[in-house]
Design a protein around this ligand. Structure first.
Ligand code: NAP
Length: 250
């Protein structure tokens, strides 16, 4: 398995209780990082942290709550040091036509998928600036590149916004030696896609559009996260990189 040397670095991964976030937390831990495992679900955050060994800790919180994020990052700073790196992975998706979407659903999607990255970037950015540098990785989506995703307007808008925020954040934070990039996964086999993957016609449609001929697994996203966190990526910031088997070529 791919790994880099992140020995001693303290990394916060949000939404790491399962799926892509869990795989990222595992990849960071095997690269020597000390991982702060966030999830809104305290039980899964604790289970993932325990599975990573003594150097990991669980920090359950709703990352859509700005006060909870400030408190969580202060607690990580006090208990673990850093954070030197933040992976904004927590995300949700509703499948509802625009004309039927309640305001609460629209707002919640933007809060979790977009605003949370602003909250963590601000709170951790202050610490990274004072420490002389850091790394932020935002897990966006190819949906943010205007790829058709029927009945998911709030999700598409949140991910397009996250790509835009990544670029502005990279511009401002470059002066502080903080690199900020986004990863745009294609279709990955997690709980988020369970319902769609139960439809064979949908899978066939997806595969027809993926040159590598398969859906992605959570581990497929991990290598790029590790690379972006490593010194191999010192001259790389403000990018939104697709990990999608070649589905989207910009
Ligand atoms: P997942 O299996 O649904 O896992 C998401 C995790 O985030 C869950 O453990 C969830 O907790 C947690 N979470 C949700 N809201 C949260 C909040 N407010 N605060 C803290 N944690 C929260 O999803 P995934 O497929 O691994 O997706 C991870 C990221 O990749 C998301 O940003 C998603 O948009 C992005 N992505 C996924 C795909 C894909 O095909 N799977 C494609 C492109 C991009 P609970 O569910 O327990 O509440």
């Amino acid at each position: 398995m791919f790994s880099v040397d992140l020995t001693g670095k303290v990394t916060l991964v949000t939404g790491a209780g399962r799926g892509i976030g869990q795989a990222i937390a595992q990849g960071l831990a095997r690269s020597g990082a000390r991982v702060a495992v966030n999830d809104i679900d305290a039980t899964s955050a604790a289970a993932v942290a325990a599975s990573l060994g003594d150097t990991a800790r669980a920090y359950p919180a709703d990352v859509a709550d700005p006060d909870a994020v400030v408190q969580m990052i202060a607690q990580i700073h006090d208990e673990m040091g850093g954070p030197d790196m933040v992976v904004n992975n927590a995300g949700i998706e509703y499948k509802t036509p625009i004309l039927e979407t309640p305001v609460s659903e629209w707002q919640r999607t933007l809060d979790v998928n977009l605003s949370a990255s602003f909250y963590t970037s601000q709170a951790a950015g202050l610490i990274m600036r004072d420490a002389g540098g850091g790394v932020i990785v935002n897990i966006a989506s190819i949906a943010g590149h205007n790829i058709p995703l029927p009945n998911r307007a709030s999700y598409v808008a949140s991910k397009a916004g996250l790509i835009g925020f990544t670029k502005e954040c990279a511009r401002e934070f470059a002066a502080f030696n903080i690199r900020v990039n986004a990863i745009c996964p294609g279709v990955i086999e997690t709980e988020m896609t369970t319902a769609s993957r139960s439809n064979p016609a949908q899978i066939e449609k997806w595969l027809a559009d993926i040159p590598q001929g398969r859906l992605g697994k959570p581990e497929d996203v991990v290598g790029l996260v590790l690379y972006l966190c490593s010194d191999g990526a010192l001259y790389l910031t403000g990018q939104a990189i697709n990990v999608d088997g070649g589905k989207v070529m910009l």
